[in-house]
Design a protein around this ligand. Structure first.
Ligand code: C2E
Ligand code: MG
Ligand code: MG
Ligand code: MG
Length: 288
């Protein structure tokens, strides 16, 4: 069968392509409906301050409760929404909703919102953010904007100015998934960034020496440049101990503390943990 005629093979691929195109068309139609039908929901996942042991921030993570498909991952939604140009509307909805939700949390807790590259590069990104803060009443210091290296590919004056203006407005800019994309260390000092989230791929084989040295090196460099350092994807106590040991890493996020949970659940979690440590500090971390 492998030796089937070229024509047959061609037909097979053409059918598959047609199916893919059709599936994509349906997905796009569904996505357009979803916003109007209120099928989107935001889950929240805590970031824990390793020194205080308390929740400092909760990250907003998109979920789509599709009537037939079930829960759809943001990994499948965001790229399509970007292609469709829907990301601006969707991103605006997420940002406002997350700011409004954060107002229900203790004052010491911030919200982190992911901005896709297209969303960040829209001309009036600053007014989008200002508007979301205005309508929600959220102080800018409680909003953290997560961008990825892809947003920094356009190393232009505009990119610098946008980051500087968002920071001047009082928000923090956080570089998400650091180390996965183009991984230029120069991003860390070339752009005004306040936080760096080291990707969880850095945790692979962390119980052996080399990855740990790499992780600590990147963390030390970022901390020396004045940034708050976060490690994402902490799933075990061993990983927590390893990253807490030298005090360079300020915050951690991962299933060990909590999976992303619905808004009502995060409120309960924040109420229950209010003013209390959710984790005990690592052995060498000074308690405050
Ligand atoms: P991200 O911003 O890096 O978010 C962290 C992802 O890692 C989340 O996946 C989270 O559930 C997952 N995660 C957290 N802790 C652990 C852990 O201990 N182990 C493992 N294996 N995974 C962990 P999620 O919610 O599926 O989101 C995936 C990506 O989709 C996000 O990665 C982000 O890039 C994008 N995304 C999610 N929500 C939004 C949004 O509202 N806007 C935009 N532009 N992108 C979003
Ligand atoms: Mg993120
Ligand atoms: Mg991340
Ligand atoms: Mg990630």
């Amino acid at each position: 069968r492998a030796k089937a005629s070229g024509r047959g093979t061609f037909c097979f691929f053409r059918d598959e392509m047609a199916q893919t195109v059709e599936a994509r068309r349906v997905l796009e139609l569904d996505l357009r409906q979803a916003l109007a039908n209120e099928e989107f929901e935001i889950y929240y996942q805590p970031l824990v301050n390793l020194k205080s042991g308390r929740i400092s921030t909760c990250e907003a993570l998109l979920r789509w409760n599709h009537p037939v498909r079930g829960t759809v991952s943001p990994v499948d939604i965001i790229p399509v929404a970007e292609d469709m140009g829907l990301i601006v509307d969707l991103g605006r909805w997420i940002l406002r909703k997350a700011c409004i939700e954060c107002m229900k949390w203790p004052d010491a807790v911030s919200v982190a919102v992911n901005f896709s590259s297209q969303q960040f590069h829209q001309r009036d990104v600053l007014s989008e953010v200002r508007y979301a803060l205005d309508v929600s009443g959220l102080p800018a210091r409680r909003l953290e904007i997560e961008i990825t290296e892809s947003s920094l590919l356009r190393n232009t004056q505009w990119t610098h100015d946008a980051l500087a203006q968002l920071h001047a407005a009082g928000c923090r800019i956080s570089l998400d998934d650091f180390g996965t994309g183009y991984s230029s260390l120069s991003y860390l000092h070339n752009f005004p960034l306040q936080k760096v989230k080291i990707d969880r791929s850095f945790l692979e084989g962390i119980d052996t020496d080399r990855p740990l040295t790499l992780l600590r090196g990147v963390a030390r460099l970022s901390a020396d440049l004045g940034m708050t350092v976060v490690v994402e994807g902490i799933e075990t106590n061993e990983q927590l101990e390893l990253i807490s040991a030298d005090g360079t890493i300020s915050e951690a996020q991962g299933y060990l503390f909590s999976r992303p949970v619905p808004a009502t659940r995060i409120r309960q979690l924040l109420d229950a943990s209010h003013g209390r440590r959710v984790i005990e500090p690592g052995a060498n971390v000074e308690a405050t």
